[in-house]
Design a protein around this ligand. Structure first.
Ligand SMILES: [Zn+2]
Ligand SMILES: [Zn+2]
Length: 301
């Protein structure tokens, strides 16, 4: 199993776009990217808009080379609804979150729109909830629908497991942590070498995201590091890295990884690139480039 991270907060957009290749099959998980419409009261900075365009190009390139496309849920940063639809889905086996059950109204509407869009484009379309698919020696397995965070207010997501019998990769999607035992169980039971987690949404802590949930997520991340003996790499990105102080938030997890010699870092770092947290630095970006500020009034630092 070879994993390449294509976009994400550490690359400068909101995304978990991931390419996975085995000897049997090429899989793209969550071919989408987006920007926070508002952060610190500011709209996306021109640098973010530019990065979004180039990341979408990369997503389309990688996805077009794939056999299988996975959509874990219907939030706009996780699938292509408009951009590069043809390149992403044409001729592909598309395995996606069911729109029939365990789904909230907004995601159901987007999911149904996607299904009608790709009906004639994809070669095969299947709801993947709780299912397992094999491609040669490769097993692609999905969790049953799990809450998007501590409750199902934002709907449900599917976690993804891919193994070729030698290495094993778990992609948690938007579990926000993992914050619940059921999120954690799917990860631990798969005995993965590599885990990609979205992390707790600490940037919303206090207001929209309970502090208890942050605490639960840190405890669960610690359990992954301590209980999964096969674990070699823990990639954290997406929700967690919207927080400029993300490292301090999970200091105990970073320390546990150091003790156990597990590599921990962001998706960009795993790819050997310097992380570029554009959203978390949006205020600073506007302060640096006063000309680019909305309304031409200058940055508000
Ligand atoms: Zn989501
Ligand atoms: Zn997301």
């Amino acid at each position: 199993v070879r994993v390449r991270f294509v976009s994400g907060e550490s690359f400068g957009t909101r995304s978990m776009a991931t390419y996975v290749e085995t000897g049997d099959v090429k899989i793209f998980i969550d071919p989408g990217a987006a920007l926070a419409p508002r952060r610190y009261g500011l709209p996306p900075h021109p640098k973010e808009l530019e990065k979004l365009e180039s990341d979408w190009k990369r997503i389309a390139e990688y996805a077009s080379a794939c056999d299988v496309v996975v959509v874990t849920h219907y939030h706009r940063d996780h699938f292509s609804a408009v951009r590069h639809v043809d390149r992403v889905y044409r001729g592909k086996t598309v395995l996606l979150k069911s729109v029939e059950s365990s789904i909230n109204p907004s995601q159901r509407a987007r999911g149904k729109a996607l299904l009608s869009r790709i009906g004639d484009l994809a070669s095969r379309v299947e709801f993947a909830d709780g299912r397992r698919f094999t491609f040669g020696d490769t097993i692609l397995e999905f969790s049953r629908p799990l809450p998007h965070g501590v409750d199902d207010r934002l709907g449900y997501v599917l976690e993804v497991h891919i193994t070729d019998g030698r290495r094993s990769f778990v992609f948690t999607s938007d579990v926000e942590g993992p914050s619940l035992d059921e999120h954690l169980r799917f990860i631990i039971e798969r005995e993965p070498d590599i885990v990609y987690v979205d992390g707790p949404a600490t940037y919303l802590a206090g207001a929209k995201y309970p502090e208890d949930a942050v605490e639960a997520a840190v405890e669960n991340l610690l359990r992954i590091v301590e209980e999964v003996e096969s674990l070699k790499v823990l990639v954290v990105d997406h929700h967690l890295t919207r927080d400029i102080n993300w490292e301090a938030r999970i200091a105990r997890v970073i320390e546990a990884c150091r003790d156990r010699k597990v590599w921990i870092g962001t998706a960009a770092e795993y790819m050997g690139e310097r992380p570029m947290f554009l959203e978390a630095n949006r205020r600073a970006l506007y302060a640096e480039s006063c000309d680019a500020a909305p309304g031409g009034k200058g940055g508000n630092g």
